[in-house]
Design a protein around this ligand. Sequence first.
Ligand SMILES: NC(=O)c1ccc[n+]([C@@H]2O[C@H](COP(=O)([O-])OP(=O)(O)OC[C@H]3O[C@@H](n4cnc5c(N)ncnc54)[C@H](OP(=O)(O)O)[C@@H]3O)[C@@H](O)[C@H]2O)c1
Length: 313
Amino acid sequence: MNSAPESTPPRTPVSVIGLGNLGRALAAALVERGHPTTVWNRTAGRADDLVARGARRADTVGEALEAGELVIVCLLDQDAARAVLAQGAGALAGRAVVNITSGTPEPVRELADWAAGHGADYLAGAVYAVPQTIGTPEAFVLYSGSRAVFEAHRDTLDAVLGGGTFTGADPALASVHDMAVLSGMYGMFAGFFHGVALAGTEGISAADITRHMTRWLTEAAAALPGFAAEIDAGDYTTETSTLDINAWGLGAILTASRARGIGDALLAPLQELFRREVDAGHGAASLARTVESLPSHGRAPAWGHPRPKAGGR
Ligand SMILES: NC(=O)c1ccc[n+]([C@@H]2O[C@H](COP(=O)([O-])OP(=O)(O)OC[C@H]3O[C@@H](n4cnc5c(N)ncnc54)[C@H](OP(=O)(O)O)[C@@H]3O)[C@@H](O)[C@H]2O)c1
């Protein structure tokens, strides 16, 4: 007896607006997975390879918006995204638009409001991947805005971009998360560059010191959730890593660095925060208390305790 051939459900038609390095990789992944894929880019020739592989080139932004049940926008910045989407504003109503263009919270919220004003169902995303890793298990994406779009298209987005997490209805939230997460990364880079320079003054190669540094940084990263719990609770009691010991430790690094002509531009600002807390009488508190020395410019932090007055609590 002949059984009916197994059929896979048809894939969602997706449009990709913006074929830079990330957009091209994303569009290629969509084509590869069998999504009817429509692409648009300011420089139309960047679509040639994708068209050869089965994507459809849209001549206008409006055409791209209309062709996609899901529309993914991947442009240089929010200004470019606004300028491009404005070319097809009349076709935005009822579209599920996912904008993975990087941006700071205010412009991201402004563009989301503008798109929603034109009837789009809008989700903003922050991508943690490079073109070579999108769609792999290492890649992930933080989203905010329309939960309906996130839920309706989650499988497609997860498969071609990376595992997604919805962070809230305010479209700027993904960007706020992004800025905060990347702050951690840049802080790490600052320490890395300083350490490599310091080691270099004694002829230790970057590769050599990096081997030890990455081992220790892995340990140090594991301490962050504990620090976070202290910050959220506002309880900096510790028997592990006090501000006193860290202020001494970083002070020693800065002394050795200055003696070797490295300077202190990257790490002195952190030492200044340690000092403020120590001088305010919190030397025995956890290192995590450093965050209390960062002025919040009037915005209440999301932590579970009242903001301390200037000079410490
Ligand atoms: N690459 C990554 O690893 C990565 C990772 C995470 C997030 N992101 C974010 O994803 C976005 C795209 O990154 P990318 O690496 O693909 O950038 P990219 O290679 O520099 O491509 C930029 C894209 O924006 C378009 N564009 C720039 N200005 C424009 C304008 N005024 N009007 C219309 N189109 C304009 C370019 O069109 P033309 O081709 O015509 O110049 C191109 O399609 C950025 O916001 C980036 O921060 C990238």
